[in-house]
Design a protein around this ligand. Sequence first.
Ligand code: NAP
Length: 249
Amino acid sequence: MPNRERIWIIGASAGIGAALARAWAQDARDGRVQLILSARSTGALSDLLADLGPDHIALPCDVGDLASLHAAADQLSALGPLDRIIHLAALYDPGKLVDQDPEIAAQIVTVNLMGSFHVAQLAAKLLRPGGQLALCGSAAGFIGLPQGQIYSATKAGVINLAESLRSEWAGRFDVRLISPGFVDTRLTQKNDFTMPAMIPPDRAARDIIDGLNGRAFEIHFPRRFTRMLKLISALPYRLSLPMLKRLQA
Ligand SMILES: NC(=O)c1ccc[n+]([C@@H]2O[C@H](COP(=O)([O-])OP(=O)(O)OC[C@H]3O[C@@H](n4cnc5c(N)ncnc54)[C@H](OP(=O)(O)O)[C@@H]3O)[C@@H](O)[C@H]2O)c1
């Protein structure tokens, strides 16, 4: 179909990515959009695809495995240039630093930070000129929160990566940063503390689509939470760090 927008969502099998795929497919039932849905779980992608209909395709891949990512990119480039790449795949393992398993921590770095780096490198080849790359940070990357390492460190890295690409690719590609607060997914279901201002994934999906169709570099939500954390992170450390210490269980 001519003029069909082609959007690759990575991390589409669950949570925010699955909700985003559902919302986008709902908005484009006239076939204006083709979604390419990636994650590791082929079963979950097939189930999602069965709901979304025949306009879309599943492309299983593991962003923590460069060979798998390159194989997916080869299949994509054979289909033609992409209009948008929305990269949401990430791993999370909460807990105190001394209790964290170093192997799991290394996997989190590989998937969250190196995965974003590899997707960005591929994006330069796969996107049409002016196409959009959205990387997913987190409010947890604004400032070091207790009990969130190594995840928070990877998200601070993704924020930095998106910021530098926004300048490096100005006029070439449209780089965006997605910064969610708490969203009710299997990721946050691992937390054993009360999460302020938590929103459902379909609400996050709406905020992301609106933001990506708007002009701002950063899409952060829910604003009542992300604004507060941005404010805390802008304070001098002598004020901000004691506030964060109170979040410790
Ligand atoms: N939920 C929140 O409150 C929150 C807050 C801030 C930021 N975020 C960010 O939002 C994004 C989505 O999170 P979520 O809450 O929707 O998490 P989620 O429900 O756990 O979904 C994560 C998605 O990433 C995929 N994924 C994980 N590892 C992968 C890999 N190696 N290769 C390919 N796909 C992989 C998962 O699919 P498979 O397991 O099938 O591979 C799944 O589709 C993440 O970047 C997360 O850091 C979430």
